[in-house]
Design a protein around this ligand. Sequence first.
Ligand code: ZN
Ligand code: ZN
Length: 822
Amino acid sequence: MQPLPKKYDFSEIERKWQQKWEDMGIYRFDWNDAKRTPFTIDTPPPYPSGEFHMGNILNWTYFDIVARYKRMRGFNVLFPQGWDCHGLSIEIQVEKEHKIRKRDVPPDQFRGWCEQLIERYIAIMKDAILKLGCSIDWTTEYRTMDPDYWRRTQLSFILLHKKGFMYQGTHPVNWCPRCETAIADAEVDYEKRQGALHYIRFPLEGSKEHLLIATSRPEFIPACVAVEVNPEDERFKKYIGKKIVVPIVNRAVTIIGDEAVDPDFGTGVVQICTYGDKEDVKTVMKHKLPVITLLTENGRITENGGKYAGLTVNQARKAIVEDLSAAGLLEKTETLMQEVGVCDRCKSHVEILERKQWFMKTRALTDQVEKTANEVVWYPDYMKTRLIDWAKSLDWDWVISRQRVFATPIPVWHCKNCGELILAEEDWVPIDPKLENPHVDKCPKCGGTAFTPEHDVFDTWMDSSITCAVHAGWPDREDWHRLFPADVHPSGIDIIRTWAYYLMVRHLALFNETPYKSCLINGMVLGSDGRKMSKSLKNYVAAPEVLGKYGSDATRQWAAGGGATGSDIPFRWPDVEYGRRFLVKLWNVSKFAIKLLEGYAPSETVEFELQPLDKWVLSKAEKLTQKVTDALEKCQFNIAVEEIRNFTWHALCDCYVEAVKDRLYRPETHGEAKRAAAQHALYEVLYRILQLLSPVTPHLTEEIYQAMYADYKGYKSLQLSPWPEFNQALADDQAEEHGDLIIAVIGEVRREKAEKRLPLNTQIKKLTVYAGDQKTAEIIKEGNVDIAGTCKVSNLEVLAKKGSGRTLSEYPEVTFTAEYEG
Ligand SMILES: [Zn+2]
Ligand SMILES: [Zn+2]
């Protein structure tokens, strides 16, 4: 055994072990190992944002605890790391940084800038992941912007196209006019914003009467294609089928009836425009109404808007309201709180536009998604309804094309002559159709030789929703099914509707199989004020600050112990501080143990005579092992951490070590075999704590292991030691009951000394314990070595009868009297 340094210097210890583990290669997945069962973690490749925040710390701590635990359980663990590079927010940041719009520069140059920015961001995040001590196999690192990854995304598209899951169609899509691209339902956030409800008179054709329409979007009046009322509404049903004049454009449209109209909202009369909202889309489809395109891709009014053409949506609204008012058609305006859909990247108001897009037939899979989600194990279980509810709520198929630059190209062309679609063959990819022609001489349909490339690119989720297969080695490894489905897909509660869902539909469509066997969900990190941590709320704490101040092991304890898996977890400095104090306690008890264990050479041949307290602590360590194993199997990290901390702090440090010190210090009085018993128990119990704790706080536990155990246990790292199995032979309820009583006697005597303001080592001339009955007396007598030793008793007498004196608080039948020296 080697001594530990006096002071626990986390930064030195953590840096040292992070480097050594990497050098030892102990996190490498062994692709050639046919013996151990593989365990695959579908690490979600993060979107490089230039910072690793406390939410990321929470995610990666969860992933890493699972990885380290499973490795100790004997699995061949695949813990990969990729980076999900493409996306709108990088484009937006490059535009800001270079003060340009993406269309201002050649696509190659723009792409290059995006790649540079991504690399900068990856470096920052990677550094934080390393500092957190994650046991990632860095030989697996990949970037979705690399052509080799394009190949996989494009190949999956080709396969799905051949299976009939991909189609091009003109459908209304969510559109961000700022980003000038289609976006998926999952990329639409909803915000409460104050708007206005305008009451506008629509004259009935050939009549002096009018109907009053309440709308929050008067700018869409030029695109009004019908007016709608509820056919049950006595006030208006007589008008159904009649014509009404749309003000401003003076065009007559038909009044139609539909049960979807809420007679109590507004005036009960609704204008249908293309498209003011998703309800308009439904109505237009249902009643086969014409479509008037009112908005351009950058959110301006088209020529269909007449005199308002060229205005922005907001300018048009203002102008139209003024014109309505001047014409005497605006009856009144009320303020209105409304939920509006905004782009999740730039927060612009999302519009609905009709444009030719690529879609994946996802709604056709909804029943299969529900069935599969019910078969997957969810941690915690109730999270599965989030996925199922989301899948069922979707109105539209997934729009997978985007109008961006920094993305994976869609590998198709069209014949210039006849329009025939040319889909890339599986062995053409990776390919950028904008730079390369299809590898065919002529159009198979008309023989034409000129082709138009597809300019649209893939939604980022097309890259990242095949990770379960990619991590397993698809399509290159023949044996990729050995690692598929992934054993666990870890994800945040906020991205179940994207990540967990897209993975599911994509893999079901491709392979007709679930992508993951289980799904581990983490909640959000809240600021100290209880609201979601965010820079704008000023409750934000940067991860490097926390790691710098307290180190990885303390921070990981916060993440693991902060709350139940799946629930939101507040960040509080005192929680991290508590984690650090616990580590210092473990450090100090280990140093003390090294002293107490001086001369002890653990071996099978050492003879020892276990005392009740040794059996007590050994049994409790077995029960702890059972509880911690059970908790980790269920991904209940907070329970595991609490159990270990309580046991270490109370059972080991406060009770056991205090009670056996004398036996360890004075073998001449108590005998070698009794000392060896305490040494054995102390040594093994501390080892057990280190093992159980090592998935959560790998650095400190490794440091102590190397000093005290490596020579005897023989594993080159604690991380390579096998997870302890619960040993029924050592779990002994009776020993625990007896030990509890002996501990209670020692505790009460020490309390009396403290109350009398006597030093704890004050000698007691005579201690008389009145046990109350014969059985209790015998149990206390079994512990006499430790009671007398710890309490410094010269003469210990244990009587079966009831007596007087001080009562043990937990055992009211038991009392004692003590005669002190001096
Ligand atoms: Zn946007
Ligand atoms: Zn053709």
